[in-house]
Design a protein around this ligand. Structure first.
Ligand SMILES: NC(=O)c1ccc[n+]([C@@H]2O[C@H](COP(=O)([O-])OP(=O)(O)OC[C@H]3O[C@@H](n4cnc5c(N)ncnc54)[C@H](O)[C@@H]3O)[C@@H](O)[C@H]2O)c1
Length: 250
């Protein structure tokens, strides 16, 4: 088991990619702190892990709130003894409108959760990772952090920010034995794409817009997250790994 004796935090662990990663980390021996604003989803992830014989706790957390992130980290280390892996994954989409029609409030909310949330996760996890002798951070960016898309300005900007923040943190903490990488998922079968799925004209296009001609599963993304968090990726840092079925090349 690749993560025996390790502790991982997964934000946005109550659903989709976060849930799949939390389950995979636990299957590989990690104790997992599942963080989410959605208590029902978070508790359900913990039950799935526990029913399979794994170790997990739920900590209700809004990643945009520094006090709640501090609480998440201290609850995790108090419960499991240390922190080795931080998966900054929680995120939301934005209303698909032109930038001129996007409200400042919505801009702030998207950037606060998707970008500031990752910054706070890095800021407060790093001291604990250093105490543990090093560790790995994985951040969830997006295909839409690597390319533009009409009517997605706040999301595009927040995810582009995650890509460059990942490089910055990799530079700042590499010599402390902390690797920092990002994943850039394409269209993945989770709640966040529900609006696209409901659109009769958009879905047939979006769901095939990559080299493989299909959408991805949360588990396929989780496998990439586990690789980046594992010792198999020991010389990889500052990278953004596309997990998009070739969506960026399309
Ligand atoms: N599904 C895709 O197609 C896709 C593509 C690229 C990137 N992503 C990114 O993957 C990440 C996970 O999304 P998903 O696809 O699993 O969607 P999802 O909606 O299934 O899961 C997102 C989770 O984040 C939680 N969350 C939202 N705001 C939060 C906050 N402020 N604090 C803590 N938790 C919060 C939600 O409650 C939910 O459980 C997001 O960052 C998303 O932007 C998804």
């Amino acid at each position: 088991m690749r993560f025996s004796g390790k502790t991982a935090i997964v934000t946005g662990g109550g659903s989709g990619i976060g849930r799949a990663a939390a389950i995979r980390f636990a299957q590989e021996g990690a104790a997992v702190a599942v963080a989410d604003v959605d208590s029902l989803g978070g508790e359900e992830t913990v039950s799935i892990i526990e029913n399979a014989g794994g170790k997990a706790i739920f900590v209700k957390t809004d990643v945009a709130d520094s006090n709640q992130i501090k609480e998440l980290i201290s609850t995790t280390t108090n419960t499991f003894g240390s922190l080795n892996i931080m998966f900054n994954n929680a995120g939301i989409g934005n209303s698909e409108v032109r930038s001129t029609d996007l409200s400042e409030d919505e801009w702030d909310k998207v950037v606060d959760i998707n970008l500031k949330g990752v910054f706070l996760g890095i800021k407060y996890a790093v001291p604990e990772l250093i105490k543990a002798g090093g560790g790995a951070i994985v951040n969830t960016a997006s295909l839409l952090g690597l390319k533009g898309q009409k009517y997605m300005s706040a999301y595009n900007a927040s995810k582009g920010g995650v890509v460059i923040l990942t490089k910055n943190a990799a530079l700042e903490y590499g010599k402390k034995n902390i690797r920092v990488n990002a994943i850039a998922p394409g269209v993945i079968d989770t709640k966040i794409i529900e609006n696209w799925r409901q659109s009769e004209w958009k879905w047939p296009i979006i769901s095939k817009a990559n080299a493989l001609g299909r959408i991805g599963s949360p588990e396929e993304v989780a496998n990439a997250v586990l690789f980046l968090a594992s010792d198999e990726a020991s010389f990889i840092t500052g990278a953004t790994l596309s997990v998009d079925g070739g969506g960026l090349t399309f």
